[in-house]
Design a protein around this ligand. Structure first.
Ligand code: NDP
Length: 285
């Protein structure tokens, strides 16, 4: 079997076009969706992510502001900045780029963002709303995966899903969203006794581990849908996922590539969440 490739890039392009059209119509009503990105310190990878987010905002006609703070910024100073952004009417989404320096409590920072502007979907209020199936900002990567499945015409209800990885930003929430859509979900992690036993049962396998080419063909049930979240570098320094793409695509029915798979969906859903926030803020006022 040679798997069908689910192109995150193509789906993201389509979604971005839809978002740009909605931004245009909001602007005609005097509302410009605005995103504030806060970057503390000088992490090279974070800087690249932040630049990509700014670029996406510009392309879609949104307002964006980048707040760069030095590494030695105190927790209090960062919280004050977030407080200011919470009250800024031009700003509909606030994103603090993680990781932040170790002397600042990440939980406190996440919880200081107004849940109404928490476009990353990390605030406990949004996580609780997501769990109970209420209106919420969904975390961008898991949300992007759900959109990819939908766009690829893959139904989730009744499927056996295995999520490898249980981080708060990817593994746990993607499993929850799949459960909300009536999948039967199993989580695997570093303490799982027999990983292959579980993954071989999966109709849909989500790999969010962070180890290059970790999932191989012998982890996969024939015809399964394989979603690769990982962003890694192989020994040659080339970008690759958690899934050994060449061999797994011989067994799987559908597969997402790296790059141009889940990655482009993440920023797209951030843009979607910022638009949603602007729309909802207009409805409230
Ligand atoms: P974390 O490091 O937070 O979590 C990794 C998870 O993998 C943990 O739950 C860990 O288990 C599990 N794990 C580690 N080793 C094994 C093993 N041998 N067997 C089974 N499970 C294992 O990573 P993230 O969730 O933040 O990210 C995962 C990957 O996705 C990374 O490559 C990251 O770069 C990428 N990523 C991609 C995004 C995108 O937009 N495409 C967005 C976010 C992340 P345990 O909990 O027991 O430690």
């Amino acid at each position: 079997m040679t798997a069908v490739i689910i192109s995150g890039k193509e789906i993201a392009d389509k979604k971005r076009q839809e978002i740009a059209e909605e931004v245009k119509s909001l602007k005609e009503n005097g509302i410009v969706p605005g995103l504030a990105v806060v970057l503390v310190g000088d992490n090279h990878a974070s800087r690249t992510y932040v630049k990509n987010k700014e670029k996406a905002c510009k392309e879609l006609g949104m307002y964006s502001v980048l707040i760069e703070l030095p590494e030695e910024t105190s927790e209090g100073e960062l919280l004050d900045k977030i407080h200011e952004l919470n009250n800024d009417k031009q700003i509909h989404g606030i994103l603090v780029q993680l990781p932040i320096p170790k002397h600042i409590d990440e939980t406190k920072v996440i919880e200081s963002i107004s849940p109404d502007k928490d476009v990353d979907g990390f605030h406990p209020i949004n996580i609780g709303r997501m769990m109970t199936g209420q209106n919420a900002f969904l975390p961008c990567t898991p949300f992007g995966i759900m959109v990819m499945l939908e766009e690829a015409g893959i139904s989730v209800a009744g499927k056996d899903v295995v999520v490898v990885g249980r981080s708060n930003i990817v593994g746990k929430p993607v499993g929850q969203l799949l459960l909300n859509q009536h999948a039967t979900v199993t989580y695997c992690h570093s303490k799982t006794k027999d990983l292959k036993f579980h993954t071989r049962q999966a109709d849909i396998l989500v790999a969010a581990v962070g180890i290059a080419n970790f999932i191989t063909a012998d982890h996969i049930k024939e015809g399964a849908v394989v979603i690769d979240v990982g962003i890694n570098r192989n020994e040659a320094g080339k970008l690759c996922g958690d899934v050994a793409f060449d061999e797994v695509s011989e067994v799987a029915g559908y597969i997402t590539p790296v790059p141009k798979g889940v990655g482009p969906m993440t920023i797209t859903m951030l843009m979607y969440n910022t638009l949603k926030s602007a729309r909802e803020s207009a409805e409230r006022s």
